[in-house]
Design a protein around this ligand. Structure first.
Ligand SMILES: NC(=O)CC[C@H](N)C(=O)O
Length: 230
C-alpha cells in the first residue's frame, strides 16, 4: 500500500511522518502537494503537523480550502483511512471532516511537552493494535489545541465512542491538572462517526523510535497500514 502525506505551505512534520513510514516501518509513502486534485492509488492519507499558511485566519482554515482537500474527502468517503496530526487535526475540523473546533489553549501560549494519553477505543483503523485503556506517552506541540464542542455534540461523540485519546496522568486518570490546553473532556483525539478519519493533537511521529524517548506512537501507523492492506 502507498500512503499519501499531504504537504501545504507551512507544513513542518511532513518529512518526520515520511521517515517513520518509510525508514522505520518500510511502508511506501509519498509527499503530495496541496495543488493536486486526486489521490487515486493511495490507500491512506496523513495530514501532518505544522503552521499551514502561517496559521493566518484560524489554524487550518486556509489549508482546508485547497484542492487536495476535495481528494482527501473522497478518500474518506471511499472508506480509506485519513489521519490528521496537530495542524492536520485543525485542517480536518475546518474542512468539516471532523466535528468540533480546535481553539487557543486556555493558557494562550505555544506548549511543547510530553503527555500521557489513554486509548479509549481500539475499534478503529488507527488503534487496533493497542489495548483498550492502554496509557501511551506522546508529545504535544501547539498553541491552538483546546478541543471544543457544545454539550449535546460532546455527549454524542462520547456515546458513539468517537473519543479515541484522552489526556490522563501516569495512572490513567483524566484530571484537569494534566489537561494541557483546556480541551473539553480532556479530549486529545477523535474520529468521525465511521471511524476512518482520525484527528489528534499529540504527535505520534515524534514518538515512534525509542532513541527519541518513546515508540508508543508506532502502533498507530502499524494499525493504519495493516487496515489498509486488508
Ligand atoms: N505542531 C503543529 O502542528 C502546530 C499546530 C498549530 N499550528 C498550533 O500551534 O496550534
Amino acid at each position: 500500500m502507498t500512503v499519501a502525506i499531504i504537504q501545504f505551505g507551512g507544513s513542518n512534520c511532513d518529512n518526520d511522518v515520511l521517515h517513520v513510514l518509510q525508514d522505520v516501518l518500510g511502508i511506501e509513502a509519498e509527499l503530495v502537494w496541496y495543488k493536486e486534485e486526486k489521490l487515486d492509488g493511495y490507500e491512506a492519507a496523513v495530514i501532518p503537523g505544522g503552521f499551514s499558511y502561517g496559521d493566518y485566519l484560524r489554524s487550518g482554515a486556509i489549508a482546508s480550502r485547497t484542492p487536495i482537500m476535495d481528494a482527501v474527502r473522497k478518500l474518506a468517503d471511499d472508506g480509506k483511512s485519513v489521519m490528521g496530526i496537530c495542524n492536520g487535526f485543525q485542517i480536518l475540523t475546518e474542512s468539516g471532516l471532523l466535528d468540533g473546533a480546535l481553539t487557543t489553549n486556555s493558557y494562550p501560549k505555544f506548549k511543547c511537552e510530553w503527555s500521557y494519553l489513554r486509548v479509549e477505543n481500539t475499534n478503529t483503523p488507527f488503534t487496533s493494535k493497542y489495548d483498550k485503556g492502554q496509557i501511551i506517552r506522546i508529545p504535544i506541540a501547539h498553541k491552538d489545541g483546546k478541543y471544543y464542542h457544545n454539550d449535546a455534540s460532546l455527549q454524542q461523540l462520547e456515546d458513539n465512542n468517537q473519543v479515541v485519546f484522552r489526556y490522563v496522568d501516569e495512572n490513567g486518570n483524566p484530571t484537569e491538572a494534566v489537561n494541557p490546553n483546556g480541551s473539553r473532556n480532556n479530549i486529545a483525539g477523535i474520529t468521525n462517526r465511521t471511524g476512518n478519519v482520525l484527528g489528534m493533537m499529540p504527535h505520534p511521529e515524534r514518538a515512534s523510535e525509542t532513541i527519541i524517548g518513546s515508540d508508543d506512537g508506532l502502533l498507530m501507523f502499524k494499525s493504519m497500514v495493516e487496515t489498509g492492506r486488508k
